[in-house]
Design a protein around this ligand. Structure first.
Ligand SMILES: *Cc1c(COP(=O)(O)O)cnc(C)c1O
Length: 374
């Protein structure tokens, strides 16, 4: 039986084995392990790749999100307890960053087709008094940023894009159209090993066109200090290490090819999977398919059926963030779209470690299930 794992990181990193070994040796021999040449180089390459002027690295995606919010607090653009709009159907880190910064996440329901936060959803949340929004480019799909930016401008909202799942989508979004002031906008990235661009440990970064914001994030990530033993604000320790930066630099030139591979697999799934009780991701939305989500009322049975055939799948996410024990304040809140997604979503394997036959095997197994379970 063919065994198709959801994400085989060993296979994903295999093509860079030599480059990674060389990078590690170089870091080892340099005797310099934090805030050195490798980090500086990756920051400038990542900013250029993202089409933004500045990049400040840190040690995780959660910290990237948190540090931007804290930077805005330093500038008094936000204050303790301010509300921040977040989509309910996201990884918990989006919520936790808001909480960690001393702010309050206000969850909104996503669009039922694209699963993304929309201006309609944001507008419904404007009945309270939010100061910022965190659009999440969930599954690798790009939110309607032009509309969101316009709305942010009209309501004077800060915009923090959660880009943890959309590495490489930048080419599709003209950042020149970013309408809000430079200091009011940033993108937060995670380089967790399983992301489209993944390190070999934890790492994160913030990209922005604001030099002030980038400097403030860098300072907050380094004990609130830009000069040794001088502390301007209450920062934390959140630094990307030299080795992670070297790994990311080695993998970056191949990111577009890897994304293209994911997109090709996704299009085969969309074209070839058939069934009356299954819906595919919206093809109208630009995506780098960090996750390939299908929706079905028979999700659990389908997942077991595939597992019996050696095909590993995942669920993103089985409990919506607002229903987690960590957020008792939202226990009574009902967000039907996000809640339906958590019981219907199934993520099929979709990554560059898969070959044509793997993809065909997934397609036939899914189709077999729906033929048997009409
Ligand atoms: C992975 C992820 C994060 C957090 O990234 P870490 O590096 O694991 O802290 C944040 N938001 C979303 C949407 C994610 O998928």
């Amino acid at each position: 039986m063919r065994n198709i794992s959801y994400l085989n990181l060993k296979a994903i990193n295999k093509p860079y084995q030599q480059a990674i070994k060389e990078a590690l040796t170089e870091v080892l021999d340099s005797g310099w392990y934090l805030r050195g040449k490798c980090v500086e180089r990756f920051e400038s390459e990542w900013a250029a790749y993202c089409g933004q002027r500045y990049c400040a690295s840190c040690s995780s995606g959660l910290d990237a999100l948190t540090l931007v919010l804290k930077a805005w607090k330093e500038a008094e653009l936000l204050k303790d307890g301010d509300e921040v709009i977040v989509p309910a159907n996201t990884f918990i880190a989006t919520f936790l960053a808001v909480s960690e910064a001393g702010l309050r996440p206000v969850p909104v329901d996503p669009d039922p087709i694209t699963c993304l936060i929309t201006t309609e959803g944001i507008e419904r949340a404007l009945t309270s008094d939010p100061r910022a929004i965190v659009p999440v480019h969930l599954y690798g799909q790009l939110c309607e940023m032009d509309e969101i930016m316009n709305l942010a401008l009209r309501h004077n909202l800060l915009v923090l894009e959660d880009c943890a799942q959309c590495h490489g989508i930048n080419h599709l979004f003209d950042r020149q159209r970013a309408l809000v002031p430079e200091t009011h906008h940033a993108c937060a990235w995670s380089f967790y090993p399983g992301k489209n661009l993944g390190a070999m440990g934890d790492a994160g970064a913030v990209t922005t066109d604001s030099q002030w914001l980038s400097n403030m994030v860098r300072k907050l990530a380094n004990y609130g200090s830009s000069e040794k033993y001088v502390h301007d604000c209450k920062g934390k320790n959140s630094r990307m290490d030299e080795f992670q930066a070297a790994v990311l630099t080695a993998k970056l030139p191949d990111l577009d090819r890897c994304n293209q591979h994911r997109i090709e697999i996704a299009h085969r799934y969309i074209d070839e999977i058939v069934g009356s009780d299954v819906s595919m991701p919206a093809v109208t939305t630009a995506s780098v398919f960090h996750i390939f989500p299908i929706m079905s009322n028979k999700r659990d049975a389908l997942q077991s059926f595939l597992a019996e055939r050696g095909i590993q799948t995942q669920i993103h996410y089985p409990i919506p963030a607002h229903k987690q024990k960590a957020y008792p304040e939202w226990k009574e809140l009902s967000l039907p779209v996000a809640e339906a997604m958590s019981s219907r979503e199934l993520s099929l394997p979709c990554n560059q470690a898969m070959d044509e036959d793997d993809v065909s095997a997934v397609i036939s197994a899914v189709n077999e299930f729906f033929a048997q379970n009409r």
